[in-house]
Design a protein around this ligand. Structure first.
Ligand SMILES: C=C(CC[C@@H](C)[C@H]1CC[C@H]2C3=CC[C@H]4[C@H](C)[C@@H](O)CC[C@]4(C)[C@H]3CC[C@]12C)C(C)C
Ligand SMILES: C[S@@+](CC[C@H](N)C(=O)[O-])C[C@H]1O[C@@H](n2cnc3c(N)ncnc32)[C@H](O)[C@@H]1O
Length: 365
């Protein structure tokens, strides 16, 4: 074969491989976001690496970020940076719901996710005519599931403007924009009137608050008297031992890679809720048996992670994705290992559920 023919064949095969990785294999886990559309939120391409470095040095010592007042004040801004860096990667590799769910035998991840979200709606007794608040709404996967399931009107709040735009676009596409509203703001001081919601929920979001009482206090304020609030909390369990280096490594890994100012203990949540005035109606770790592991989805994806790293690398070399994406992707990969370890050892759960009520006789706060 002539050299020219060999060169053309090699080029053709190379192009086909790139196409296969990026457009076919690299397509979203839940169709929607494609690898070629990876952006870093509202961060311009030239700033991605710097922003990532700043993020990483801030969350390197998770407990300190929560305990010193000056650092705690900076947490929301760094959480915003974090979501600029990860939102598209999450959507591409996980879907529109940024949380875990117990696996369900014979059912897809998508179905398990929906069931976990509808559980919130059922606990709240959400129905048509209700105005429900989604505290830390991401790009709105849960909001759309809950609005569709209950017929209620859902208002979501997120600190990240890029997510607001993504969520609004998804709401329009799903034909739910008349019942799903999205607001950009800080859940530690929400732009809503006292007593303006019938119910509220937060799914794996309040773990970003340096003090849980601050966000719970805000939810209490905006709820009507008698209103219910359901939260799925990220916590360490009673199995966690602070003198076990392996436990500490896993928990620090989870905190660093998920923008958390220090995980709370499972047995602290109810008393923090009571501190701001809530009645605790139910408390249950939804990860406990008979629930099936929530971390299987993370574990089963090793091949997918390898493929995704390659896609991200190729896209960076081709300058389709900004520099810094590889580092962010690598950080997420490591975080996935720590989360899996946390699940397997039982020292951590991302779904400690609390059902709270603002007393019917409560005055506006
Ligand atoms: C509640 C939070 C987020 C929880 C999860 C939705 C995310 C936690 C870790 C994320 C991921 C880890 C590995 C990524 C992988 C390397 C990449 O190729 C594709 C995306 C991942 C699977 C990504 C997806 C979302 C998570 C599972 C926190 C932030 C409070
Ligand atoms: C892991 S995501 C979960 C999103 C959504 N609940 C879901 O399950 O898809 C956490 C969300 O909390 C939001 N968040 C974190 N800190 C916040 C703050 N101080 N104010 C408002 N939103 C915040 C993030 O922007 C993000 O949308």
């Amino acid at each position: 074969m002539e050299a020219v023919t060999v060169a053309w064949t090699a080029a053709g095969v190379g192009m086909a491989l790139v196409y296969w990785f990026v457009w076919v294999m690299g397509a979203a886990e839940v169709k929607g976001k494609r690898a070629v559309d990876l952006k870093m939120g509202s961060i311009t391409n030239d700033k991605v690496k710097d922003k990532y470095t700043q993020y990483w040095s801030f969350f390197r010592r998770p407990k300190e970020t929560a305990t010193t007042e000056a650092s705690a004040e900076k947490v929301p801004a760094f959480v915003d940076t974090f979501y600029n860096l990860v939102t598209d990667i999450y959507e591409w590799g996980w879907g529109q719901s940024f949380h875990f769910s117990p696996s369900l035998p014979g059912r897809s991840h998508r179905e398990a996710t929906r069931v976990h979200e509808e559980r919130v709606s059922d606990l709240l007794g959400a129905k048509p005519g209700h105005r429900i608040l989604d505290v830390g709404c991401g790009v709105g996967g849960p909001m759309r599931a809950i609005a569709a399931h209950s017929g209620s009107h859902v208002v979501g709040i997120t600190i990240n403007e890029y997510q607001v735009n993504r969520a609004r676009a998804h709401n329009r596409k799903a034909g739910l924009d008349s019942r799903c509203e999205v607001v950009c703001g800080n859940f530690l001081s929400m732009p809503f009137a006292d007593g303006s919601f019938d119910g509220a929920y937060s799914i794996e979001a309040t773990c970003h608050a340096p003090r849980l009482q601050d966000v719970y206090g805000e939810v209490y304020r905006v709820l009507k008297p008698g209103g219910l609030y359901v939260s799925y909390e990220w916590v360490t369990t009673s199995i966690y031992r602070a003198d076990n280096p392996e436990h500490v490594e896993a928990i620090h890994g989870i905190e660093r890679g998920d923008a958390l100012p220090g995980l709370r203990r499972q047995d602290e949540i109810a008393s923090m809720a009571k501190e701001v005035g809530f009645e605790v109606l139910k408390e249950l770790d939804l990860a406990l048996p008979p629930a099936l592991p929530w971390w299987t989805r993370l574990k089963m994806g090793r091949l997918a992670y390898w493929r995704n790293s390659l896609v991200v690398r190729v896209l960076t070399v081709l300058r389709v994705a900004p520099k810094g994406v590889c580092e962010v992707h690598e950080m997420l990969y490591e975080t996935a290992q720590h989360l899996t370890r946390g699940g397997e050892t039982g020292i951590f759960t991302p779904m400690h559920m609390v059902l709270l009520r603002k007393p019917a006789a409560a005055q506006s706060k």
